[in-house]
Ligand binder design. Structure first.
Ligand code: SF4
Length: 312
C-alpha cells in the first residue's frame, strides 16, 4: 500500500498527544471480517468510510435482494426434505421480503416512488428467478446442512481476530469432512479471477481449521446470477498463506490508521459506492478522520451479513 510521508510527518506530532490521551484506555481489538478485508483491498478509503467513520449507507436493490434470497435459502432447510421444491421456495420470497421490512423498515425506501407497485413486483420477480436458478445447481431434498448462517470467530496467534458468517456448512456423514458453501446472487467471476473470489472462502476455511483442527474438504461458491458453481479444495499450505496475507493486510490497515492516510482506489466498483460525493476521485472532500477510535475497534468491524458488494 502507498503511504504519505507528509501525512505521516504531520501525524507524528498529533500522535504524541493522542497517545497520551489513550494511555489509560483498553487496547482496541484487532478484528477483521471478509467483508471489511475486501473493502480495504478494493479501496482503503471505502474501508475508512465504513469502518472508521461508520457512515450510513442507503439500502441498494441488489444487496437487499441478496439478503432476501439468502433468507429463503436458509429457511428452505427448515422444511421437511420432500417439501424443498422450487415452487415452495419461490412462494417464500414475498414473506421473506415482508420479514426484512419488519426488521429493517428503511428498506421500504427502495420503492418510495413506485406508485403502481410495478417496480416492487419486478424486483420480487428477479429474486424469484434467482431462487429458481438455485434448483438447477443443487437438489436441497438431498442435503441436510450441518449449519446455516453460522457465526464463526477465532483469534490468531498474532492477536488478530477473524470472524464472519458462513452461509452453509455440510458435513459428510461417513467421514465428518466439511464442505463450506456460500451463495452469491451475482455472476461467477471471469476466468483468471476465481482465486480472488475464493479469498472469502479461504478466510472461513482458516477460521474453521483454527477452531476445529481440520481443514475443510471443499469450498463451494454457488453463483445464482449465472448458474455456476466454483469449487476449491484447500490444503494447509493454502490456509497458512491466507493467514500471512491477512497479517499483511492488517499491518497495512494499522499503518493507514496511524497515518490517517486512506487513499481512494477507483475501479468499476465505484459505481456501487454510496460515498462518491465524499470521494476525492469524484471531486468530493472526505470529512476529517475521527479522533477515536484511532485503531478500528471490534464493534466497528462487527460482522454484518451481506453489507458490501463482495457479499452479493
Ligand atoms: S467512489 Fe470508489 S474510490 Fe471513492 S471511496 Fe468509493 S470505492 Fe473508493
Amino acid at each position: 500500500m502507498d503511504t504519505s510521508v507528509a501525512a505521516a510527518a504531520a501525524d507524528v506530532a498529533a500522535g504524541e498527544t493522542a497517545q497520551e490521551q489513550q494511555a489509560d484506555q483498553p487496547a482496541p481489538v484487532k478484528s477483521l471480517s471478509p467483508s471489511r478485508a475486501a473493502d480495504f483491498m478494493t479501496c482503503p478509503l471505502l474501508y475508512r468510510f465504513r469502518t472508521i467513520d461508520r457512515l450510513p449507507e442507503p439500502p441498494s436493490p441488489e444487496a437487499t435482494r441478496g439478503t432476501v434470497v439468502h433468507g429463503v435459502l436458509e429457511r428452505l432447510f427448515d422444511l421437511p426434505a420432500e417439501e424443498r421444491t422450487a415452487e415452495e421456495a419461490v412462494r417464500m420470497v414475498r414473506p421473506e421480503w415482508d420479514r426484512l421490512l419488519a426488521e429493517e423498515p428503511d428498506a421500504a425506501s427502495l420503492f418510495d416512488s413506485d406508485d403502481d407497485g410495478s417496480a416492487l413486483q419486478e424486483w420480487l420477480t428477479s429474486a424469484e428467478a434467482l431462487v429458481q436458478r438455485y434448483f438447477t445447481l443443487e437438489d436441497p431434498r438431498r442435503l441436510e446442512p450441518a449449519e446455516r448462517e453460522l457465526y464463526v470467530e477465532t483469534t490468531l496467534e498474532s492477536g488478530l481476530r477473524l470472524r464472519g458468517y458462513i452461509d452453509r456448512v455440510d458435513r459428510a456423514p461417513a467421514t465428518g469432512e466439511i464442505r463450506v458453501v456460500d451463495y452469491k446472487t451475482g455472476k461467477a467471476p471471469r476466468a483468471g479471477f476465481e482465486q480472488r473470489a475464493m479469498f472469502q472462502m479461504r478466510f472461513y476455511a482458516l477460521v474453521l481449521w483454527r477452531l476445529h483442527g481440520s481443514v475443510p474438504r471443499l469450498l463451494q461458491l454457488v453463483y445464482l446470477g449465472s448458474g455456476e458453481v466454483l469449487r476449491y479444495e484447500p490444503d494447509e499450505a493454502d490456509l497458512r498463506a491466507t493467514e500471512r496475507k491477512l497479517a499483511a493486510l492488517w499491518s497495512a490497515i494499522e499503518r493507514a490508521t496511524e497515518r490517517k492516510d486512506w487513499r481512494p482506489s477507483p475501479s468499476k466498483l465505484c459505481d456501487w459506492c454510496a460515498h462518491q460525493a465524499l470521494c476525492p476521485s469524484y471531486g468530493g472532500t472526505p470529512p476529517p478522520v475521527p479522533d477515536t477510535p484511532v485503531v478500528p475497534d471490534a464493534e466497528a468491524d462487527a460482522p454484518s451479513p451481506r453489507t458490501s458488494g463482495a457479499d452479493l
